[in-house]
Every structure is written in structure tokens, then in C-alpha cells.
Design a protein around this ligand. Structure first.
Ligand code: PEP
Ligand code: MN
Length: 338
């Protein structure tokens, strides 16, 4: 059960509500986000929700029986739009495109990527400065200095930054230089990190765990939301199955299902989703038809020389073509769905 409180609820109205919730033995958690105040109640007793819904000080009430609640469509039917400022937002309306290298490598690479994005009217750049790598001997990112350099160049060009945060301790130092905090697949159930990202007022893109279920992804998103941050989006990036012909199995089913289960924007990552450059385009386009609100993919001036994930990275020619096809496919989807 989710009860949204009126902003001006009085102490007496609150006390009356608490007494009512106690009388039906519901366990309650208060959630205060940047946008609203809620009481999330968990309990079994059957009662007529109108008894609470009509109480003074209550904005509305919904019964949500799933393990995740605030991110559920059962509570909020309209899609959520995550606003990045400067006229850029994700979810509903326009299709979101985020592109950039797997890793931020150098000043020249940052400049070249920004130039490519600006030419193609793409406003959000991806790139890792803290890289989770399977091997400790691989390139692990330029760290905070790389982020600051990137930020300076991106801001001048009007480009927003999405980058991965790996540890709670990195959040404060990164905060001023990031537009979207990315939670990587390996941290999808790092509940301390999710709690901490719930306490900052900055959009978060949460990736699905390598072997995470849809339900687990939604419960991880609930951690962020219930700690106070409503600006959350989800990312399908492929899961591990018994199939080993490609890097991961892009779960298009999950995109379709997530769009029914949650009001949060759903982003597709076809680069990690399949992990093979020549298939990235068709998986990206298929993700749109499955219902994605946006696509994030890897691009590099010279993929063969990329410090990481070159095998799944597009060059500028392929990337430019994909931007056009993404936009056309999104228009096509809108034209065939009312
Ligand atoms: C990435 O997007 O840079 C990344 C490391 O992806 P994932 O966490 O999905 O493996
Ligand atoms: Mn990568």
C-alpha cells in the first residue's frame, strides 16, 4: 500500500493516520523524496482503502501487493520523465540516445567524441572513468581527474554526462561533474550503494545484474526511490545464459515486461547486450520495437584501439547511421502504436 501525503498535512492528521495504520497492523516506512512524501505500508489485513483515502491530509492511496511498490505501475500509471535540465529529458516524448566510449581515455578522445555527438545532435555522452574489469590487470579508468576534464569539455558543448559510480565513497567527489549516475551490472544489488544514491538529488540509471531477474532489478530500483530519489531509470544490458556464442543474451522480453510493470524509463544497452559490433545495430532497433525509451551504446573513433570493449564498439560511420535509424524506428513505433 502506498499513501501519498499532502504537503501540508498537519501533526494531528498524521497521528490519526498512524493510529489507523496501527489498528490494521500494517508495518510502515516513511519515504520523503525530492518531489513528495509517502507512507509505504506492508500488511495482510483486508480493509477498504477508501477509509484512509478520504482522511484529511491524504493525497491518494493505492494498493500495491508486489515486493516493489513505488516503482510499480500499479501505483503510478503514467510514465515517469527524468528531467536532466536544459531541455533534455528521458522517458515519454522523444527517444533518448546516449553514446560514447566504454572508457574515457584521453583529452583528444573526449574532444573527438563530443564533436561526433554534437554533429549528430546527440546530447548525452556515456563513458567510464571507474571501470569494473574482470581482470585487475586491465585498464581501470582515469578516475576523478578524467571526469573533471570530460565535464569541462562536455559543458562547453552542451552535452550531459552519464558515468558509472562504483562505490558509495565516490559519490560526493563525482556529484558536481555527473548528470546521471550509472550503477553497473556488477553493482545492481549493492544495496549500500543504492541506499546512498537514493539520498542524492541526481538521476540514476540502474543496470540489470548479470544474472539478475526482472523482479530483483525492480526491487533494486525501489531501494533508490524509497531512500528519496525518484529520478531513476532502468537499463537492460543482457544477461548470462547457457549460450556462449555472444557475450550476453539481450533480453528483449524484459524490456517489454518492464514497460508494463514499472513507470520508470527503460533504456537498452545493445553493446553489452550482445557484445558483437556487427549485431549492435539490429539489437538496438529491436529494443525500440520492444518498447525501450532510449538506447545507450559504445562508440569510438577507432574501436580497434579502444582501451576496453573495442569488439562491441561502433566507429563514427556506423554510429552516425545508427542515430538516424534509431530516430526513424522510434517514429515508426509511434506510428503503429496508438
Ligand atoms: C558499462 O556500461 O560501462 C558497463 C561496464 O556495463 P555493465 O555494467 O552493464 O557491464
Ligand atoms: Mn563497456
Amino acid at each position: 500500500m502506498i499513501i501519498q501525503l499532502e504537503k501540508d498535512i498537519t501533526d494531528i492528521q498524521r497521528a490519526t493516520l498512524e493510529a489507523k495504520l496501527q489498528s490494521i497492523s500494517y508495518k510502515t516506512t516513511e519515504v520523503n523524496t525530492q518531489f513528495a512524501d509517502y507512507i509505504v505500508g506492508v500488511g495482510k489485513k483486508e480493509f477498504d482503502i477508501r477509509e484512509i483515502g478520504t482522511m484529511p491530509g491524504i493525497h491518494d492511496i493505492h494498493r500495491v501487493s508486489d515486493a516493489y511498490k513505488l516503482v510499480s505501475q500499479k501505483w503510478k500509471v503514467e510514465d515517469t520523465q527524468v528531467d536532466l535540465g536544459d531541455g533534455i529529458s528521458i522517458g515519454t516524448g522523444e527517444f533518448a540516445i546516449m553514446a560514447g566510449p566504454c572508457s574515457i581515455e584521453s583529452e583528444a578522445q573526449i574532444e573527438s567524441t563530443i564533436d561526433h555527438l554534437v554533429k549528430n545532435n546527440v546530447r548525452i555522452m556515456r563513458g567510464g572513468v571507474y571501470k569494473p574489469r574482470s581482470s585487475p590487470y586491465s585498464f581501470r579508468g582515469l578516475g576523478i581527474d578524467g571526469l573533471k576534464l570530460w565535464y569541462e569539455k562536455a559543458r562547453t558543448a552542451g552535452i550531459k554526462i552519464i558515468t558509472e559510480v562504483m562505490m558509495t565513497e565516490q559519490i560526493d567527489a563525482m556529484f558536481d561533474y555527473v548528470d546521471i549516475f550509472q550503477v553497473g551490472a556488477r553493482n545492481s544489488q549493492n544495496f549500500n550503494l543504492l541506499d546512498a544514491l537514493g539520498k542524492v538529488d541526481k538521476p540514476v540509471m540502474l543496470k540489470r545484474g548479470i544474472s539478475g531477474t526482472i523482479d530483483e532489478l525492480l526491487q533494486s530500483a525501489e531501494y533508490i526511490f524509497s531512500n528519496g530519489n525518484e529520478r531513476v531509470m532502468l537499463c537492460e544490458r543482457g544477461i548470462r545464459t547457457y549460450e556462449n556464442s555472444y557475450r550476453n543474451c539481450m533480453d528483449l522480453n524484459a524490456i517489454a515486461m518492464l514497460k508494463e510493470k514499472t513507470h520508470l524509463p527503460v533504456i537498452a544497452d545493445p553493446s553489452h547486450g550482445i557484445g558483437v559490433r556487427r549485431f549492435v545495430e539490429r539489437i538496438a532497433l529491436a529494443s525500440i520495437m520492444a518498447g525501450a525509451d532510449g538506447v545507450i551504446f559504445e562508440v569510438h573513433e577507432c574501436p580497434e584501439k579502444a582501451f576496453s570493449d573495442g569488439q562491441q564498439t561502433l566507429d563514427y560511420g556506423q554510429s552516425g547511421a545508427l542515430f538516424n535509424k534509431l530516430r526513424k524506428t522510434f517514429e515508426f513505433r509511434k506510428s503503429i502504436r496508438s
